[in-house]
Design a protein around this ligand. Structure first.
Ligand SMILES: [Zn+2]
Length: 326
């Protein structure tokens, strides 16, 4: 998974904190044990001494082996006594200095690979990010097909409900089987037909499955790119880089941003970068192909309408229906 540097940074900070908490807990247990059973403190001091002796013996010629054996035996006897005392006075595991993770010891890495413990924290941080951005708790099962008419529309030869059932099914399948080669979706249709809702559902499921997801409204996304371009800082550059690097980019409401030359060129490079890298996108828009062509450029229209699987949203504006009390 390509987690952004920011997500990994937050996850590592949490792991470091957890490791520190565990270490300080271990220290407290030890202090309490020393106060309550002074013999344990003596044993620990003796253990350190026999360890030092063993190290010395290892460097001695001739009689070294005998010394080493004696130190080792003494060491074992002390350890056993310590275990007996611990079992007698404290609950199980009280004096075990167990690391926060048995695989990586709390460093977060096993060799060059990220340990599962840090991966899990990355997933959690990633999920937070999507929740912050889309703000909701949209789930596929909340999608109300009954808002769409079941009367056959002669224009499509099917009812809006049948069409939207298929759209919902496509979105579900996309989200639950999402992989780096998942391809791109383009949601086209008027306002209030559930495009944003289903895009947010996809964001949540894909992020839950451990992928990095950026969810942005068009206005917000171009704002970020503008910052990075005209007011570059460490932060703004990192934010902009995320848009190109994340596993899935969801661009909501394309066409609602302020138009301009910058928007057109930024959109074009973003599309090209991601298409070239084979990184999936979901884009929602009210614009049809001609409108995209006029508003941005024919090249962008051909990228959008050629490189994306198009899902057409139909029906009546759900917000209007809700206001009428449906
Ligand atoms: Zn670990």
């Amino acid at each position: 998974m390509a987690y952004s540097a920011e997500v990994v940074r937050r996850a590592r900070a949490r792991l470091a904190q957890a490791k520190e908490d565990r270490a300080s807990e271990n220290r407290q247990h030890l202090e309490r044990a020393y106060a309550q059973v002074p013999r344990i403190k003596e044993i620990d001091m003796q253990l350190r001494r026999t360890m030092a002796q063993a190290a010395q013996a290892a460097f001695q010629q001739g009689g070294g082996q005998e010394l080493l054996d004696r130190a080792r035996q003494e060491n074992l006897a002390l350890q056993r006594e310590r275990e007996r005392l611990a079992a007698k006075y404290f609950e199980e595991g009280y004096l075990d200095e167990t690391p926060i993770c048995v695989h990586c010891g709390g460093s977060g890495y096993v060799g060059a690979n990220m340990c599962e413990c840090l991966r899990e924290l990355c997933r959690q941080e990633q999920k937070k990010e999507v929740t912050i951005l889309s703000g909701g708790k949209e789930t596929f099962s909340q999608f109300r097909l009954d808002y769409y008419s079941d009367r056959v529309d002669p224009k499509y030869g099917r009812s809006p409900r049948q069409i939207m059932e298929k759209v919902l099914q496509n979105c579900r399948q996309y989200a639950f089987s999402f992989a780096p080669e998942a391809g791109n979706l383009l949601f086209v249709g008027n306002t209030g037909l559930g495009k944003t809702f289903l895009a947010a559902c996809i964001a949540r499921v894909v992020a839950d499955r451990g992928y990095s997801v950026c969810y942005e409204t068009a206005a917000h996304l171009f704002g970020k790119l503008e910052q990075a371009r005209f007011n570059p800082s460490e932060d703004s550059r990192r934010e902009a880089a995320k848009l190109t690097e994340c596993d899935l980019l969801i661009l909501d409401d394309l066409g609602t941003e302020m138009p301009g030359q910058f928007v057109t060129s930024a959109l074009y490079s973003l599309l090209c970068d991601r298409l070239l890298a084979g990184k999936p996108m979901v884009i929602t828009t009210n614009l049809n192909v001609d409108e995209v062509s006029r508003r941005y450029s024919p090249q962008i229209a051909s990228r959008l309408y050629g490189g994306f699987q198009r899902l057409t949203f139909v029906g009546e504006d759900i917000r209007v229906l809700k206001n009428r009390g449906y």
